[in-house]
Ligand binder design. Sequence first.
Ligand code: SF4
Length: 268
Amino acid sequence: MPSSSGTRRFRSPLTERPALRARRVGQIIERLQARYPDVQLPLTHQDPFQLLVATILSAQSTDAVVNRVTPTLFAQYPTAQALAAARRRDVERIIKPTGFFRQKTAAIIHMSQSLVERFGGHVPLTMEDLLTLEGVGRKTANVILSAKRLEAWEGGGDPSDGMGIVVDTHVRRLSQRLGLVSSDDVGKIEQQLMAIVPREAWATFSLRLIYFGREVCTAKRPRCRVCPLNALCPSAPYEGYPPWMQTRRTRGMAHEPGHKRKRNAIRR
Ligand code: SF4
């Protein structure tokens, strides 16, 4: 196994002992914290309702595009009540740049109607309730529950609200490259991360991985040679393309992120 720094390398994350993995996770968290001491959600919002709408709009889009359309959207529809009563074509025209705009329009209007009918127009801050809303899957619910802690909504954390860990495309890729998980499935990745990341770090762990995935460990050009996690990463000797990820990729496209993209485009 090549090792330019003389640091211990891992043959495969699947053979690593749990105690060693737990120690490595702690070191990864420390280095990410040092690099990104202050993290905040990239989607512009003023309250839970706006963040929920923006997160639904971000499916298959970019945060930058969403942040360009939401000021207009929220100026015209600032509350769940207003959006619940909106005409579809008016909303479609505003959010069109985010893609899948017809499905997303239907989702945010139906979601707003549910908020009005069942939750008094307020966003419920538990996983169980969030998952009953149109267009809301675990990823979106985890974004809301992370923001609840980071921005101290209703006092912040409540261990019984069901929060997990946000797994988006960056978190999925980096968890695999860093050898923290042994699955390609986002649901299993979340469960495996929850088992090894300390609970108090759940809200910020994903955000820091997302920052890092955009800056250093990018999808197409991971900068392994200058990466501050190099000595802790089993993918470093493979320049970010380890055999365990390629094996899963070739085993079946059913696990690829783009598979069934259209059908699941807005439930995340
Ligand atoms: S060493 Fe490479 S694959 Fe590993 S985290 Fe750094 S950039 Fe990503």
